[in-house]
Design a protein around this ligand. Structure first.
Ligand code: NAP
Length: 245
């Protein structure tokens, strides 16, 4: 019997799981992307792109497509879709796993300023003159009012909304090397870094570089993990969960 699984994606972990499970005959995998990025890195196998239309839309989609299990492998900061996924899956009795990689931890020499959200991050950033903003394209508007500071904004695609008046946009997709991050900090005379606590090793080099340059890092804490889903923090654990279905 084939088990049909929806993987909510947009992360490397989601692509890895789709590649592993998609290679097994007993699984049929459909990966879903929000469609935010102009040229997304596509997972192997079937892919659908675009929102479902809230919890009700996702509930209908799960039923219409005879889905047997959902793995929410979206980014740790994609809180809305994660909440929708739990509500929709539970309402139709489909098991759901929330796969979320662990966050980063400070190391000796780090100067981290932990903040609860992007509003607080912007408040903390206002204390600094030349800021490396690495929170992705969404959320840059929180920093748009900081006219005294200069920003190096790095994102895959240009931000859609307002941006700080003094900035340079660097369109780039990870992974990034420590050598390149050190060069960016030096070249742009950066005196603070702003990041989400995304975790993983694709974008961790900036933290190593900031430590080496003794630069403070404003770290935005993750939103809470949604209640009501099983949990895994590695692709291997998620694969175990799927095989146990
Ligand atoms: P979000 O705020 O949690 O979700 C907003 C809406 O986007 C959802 O209500 C849903 O629309 C749609 N959506 C989100 N993820 C989807 C998916 N995988 N498949 C289909 N629809 C999806 O999400 P977000 O923070 O904008 O993130 C969007 C995507 O980018 C996610 O897939 C996430 O994994 C990826 N991503 C996010 C970040 C980040 O920092 N937030 C970083 C890297 C990658 P409907 O209500 O219409 O269903």
């Amino acid at each position: 019997m084939t088990s049909k699984v929806l993987i909510l994606g947009g992360t490397r972990e989601a692509r890895e799981l789709a590649a592993i499970a998609g290679g097994e005959r007993e699984f049929e995998i459909v990966s879903s992307l929000a469609g935010r990025v102009r040229e997304p890195v596509l997972p192997e196998g079937q892919v659908r792109i675009g929102g479902f239309g809230g919890t009700a839309g996702l509930r209908k989609w799960l039923t219409d497509n005879d889905i047997d299990a959902v793995v929410d492998a979206t980014h740790p900061f994609a809180g809305t879709i994660s909440a929708h996924a739990v509500a929709a899956a539970r309402s139709v009795g489909v098991p759901i796993l929330h796969l979320r990689r662990p966050g980063w931890s400070p190391e000796p020499g780090d100067r981290w300023i932990r903040v609860p959200d992007l509003t607080a991050a912007a408040r903390a950033a206002a204390e600094h003159g030349r800021i490396f903003l690495t929170i992705g394209r969404q959320g840059v508007a929180h920093f748009a009012g900081l006219s005294e500071s200069w920003f190096l904004i790095r994102a895959i695609d240009p931000p859609a909304g307002p941006v700080p008046p003094r900035h340079r946009l660097l369109l780039s997709r990870g992974p990034f090397t420590v050598a390149r991050e050190l060069e960016l900090l030096r070249e742009h005379r950066i005196d603070a870094l702003v990041t989400k606590d995304s975790g993983g090793d694709l974008t961790v080099a900036k933290l190593t570089a900031a430590r080496a340059h003794d630069i403070p890092v404003i770290v935005v804490d993750r939103p809470p993990t949604p209640e009501g889903a099983d949990r895994a923090d590695t692709v291997a654990a998620a694969w175990e969960w799927l095989r146990g279905r």
